[in-house]
Design a protein around this ligand. Structure first.
Ligand SMILES: Cc1cc2nc3c(=O)[nH]c(=O)nc-3n(C[C@H](O)[C@H](O)[C@H](O)COP(=O)(O)O)c2cc1C
Length: 197
């Protein structure tokens, strides 16, 4: 039997991103399950228990609408030299494989008790909790960001207040197990560690 230490390492190392192409067409997740996922997110550490996360969840027809908004903003903000027709057209297809989209927002603490960076770090810990929960619930997804995500147009669509930040969109669906996932690798942490004794 695995020790506690082996179990936690296993969970961490098996956590993975599954992109839209790896989700099953028409796959739907129960809203209850999404609520469990977000509750897990809310157990992230926060300085002073500020708990700055806010989740805007898109489901049903709202998923289709969300992607059409992304498409519209992409066209609006992308310079011609960077514009990719296949990416633009691809927005029309995504909703077929996506069950829910969670816009992950760091709501600035109204009392500004700690630097904004700490609000963002706390919410990022919540994102990791979501990631770690996926496999156990039989669902899959990934955090999506980029220029459209951070654009003023998207801020308006998300109804963000001035000091709020969007960390990304957690795209969720049912994994298509027929697809073989590529091996995942990491740079040895020893190359990114300096010990001071
Ligand atoms: C802050 C952040 C932003 C990300 N943004 C994107 C993104 O815009 N598009 C994308 O395909 N993946 C995005 N990802 C997912 C990464 O592609 C993924 O984590 C990376 O490839 C490592 O794979 P793994 O999560 O399976 O270990 C993002 C992940 C994080 C943490």
């Amino acid at each position: 039997m695995d020790t506690k230490a082996q179990k936690i390492s296993g969970w961490i190392k098996n956590r993975k991103s599954t992109f839209v192409s790896g989700l099953k067409e028409g796959g739907k997740i129960n809203d209850d399950l999404i609520e469990h996922l977000l509750e897990n997110a809310s157990w992230a550490p926060t300085h002073g228990l500020v708990q700055p996360w806010f989740f805007r969840v898109y489901t049903g027809d709202a998923v289709k609408h969300f992607f059409s908004k992304q498409k519209e903003i992409y066209k609006l903000i992308t310079p011609p030299t960077k514009f990719k027709e296949h990416k633009y057209k691809g927005y029309d297809e995504k909703w077929k494989r996506v069950s829910h989209i969670v816009a992950v927002i760091a709501k600035r603490d109204p009392y500004k008790r700690f630097p904004k960076q700490e609000d963002i770090v706390s919410v990022a810990c919540g994102v990791q909790n979501i990631y770690l929960s996926l496999d156990a619930y039989g669902i899959a997804g990934y955090l999506s960001t980029g220029d459209v995500c951070y654009s003023p147009q998207m801020r308006k669509y998300l109804q963000l207040e001035r000091d709020d930040e969007v960390l990304g969109f957690f795209i969720l669906g049912i994994p298509d197990h027929a697809l073989v996932s590529t091996p995942r690798v990491r740079i040895p942490v020893s190359e990114k560690t300096q010990w001071v004794r």
